[in-house]
Ligand binder design. Structure first.
Ligand code: HEC
Length: 127
């Protein structure tokens, strides 16, 4: 009987840890696929993970949105890379943001989830 209780407790601990890590979403992200999609689409001409280029560092984008509703943020950022909305550049001019070539929402979502999973950013940006 005692053994059975211990096993149940163990299962619930494992389930809790597993559930928590799943909801952290970082585990579900395919970072290699995200990075190569970004590269193929020219995103890295204006963005880097940890440096401001013409566009914000991706880890700083993660910091900007970290306290916001996650699902809303994903939707907003997918719109940002698919709609050609105005983007403000460091010199003050505005132009339509680059539209990603890939139409597959799963790949777009993986890219945005990867950006949002990057640690170590600050907002407002420092560099
Ligand atoms: C020609 C330069 C350029 C290219 C290419 C570019 N971006 Fe950007 N991006 C910018 C600039 C500038 C901003 C800042 C926009 C603003 O704050 O108004 C930005 C902002 C962003 C943001 C943050 C939006 C927000 O709400 O804070 C994300 C995410 C992003 N870009 C992703 C991408 C992805 C993915 C690609 C490739 C499909 C890409 N960018 C290609 C210049 C670029």
């Amino acid at each position: 009987m005692k053994v059975k209780i211990r096993v149940n407790a163990l299962i619930s601990v494992v389930a809790t840890v597993f559930g928590l890590s799943l909801s952290a979403s970082a585990l579900a992200v395919d970072a290699d696929a995200a990075l190569s999609l970004a590269r193929q689409n020219g995103c890295l001409k204006c963005h880097a993970v940890d440096k401001h280029k013409d566009g914000p560092a991706y880890r700083d984008v993660a910091a900007k949105y970290k306290d916001k509703d996650h699902a809303e943020t994903v939707k907003k950022l997918i719109n940002h890379i698919t709609s050609g909305e105005k983007a403000k550049f460091p010199d003050g001019h505005e132009e339509e943001h680059k539209i990603i070539k890939v139409k597959d929402v799963a790949q777009q979502t993986n890219l945005i989830e990867w950006v949002l999973s990057l640690p170590g950013g600050v907002w407002p940006e420092k560099d």
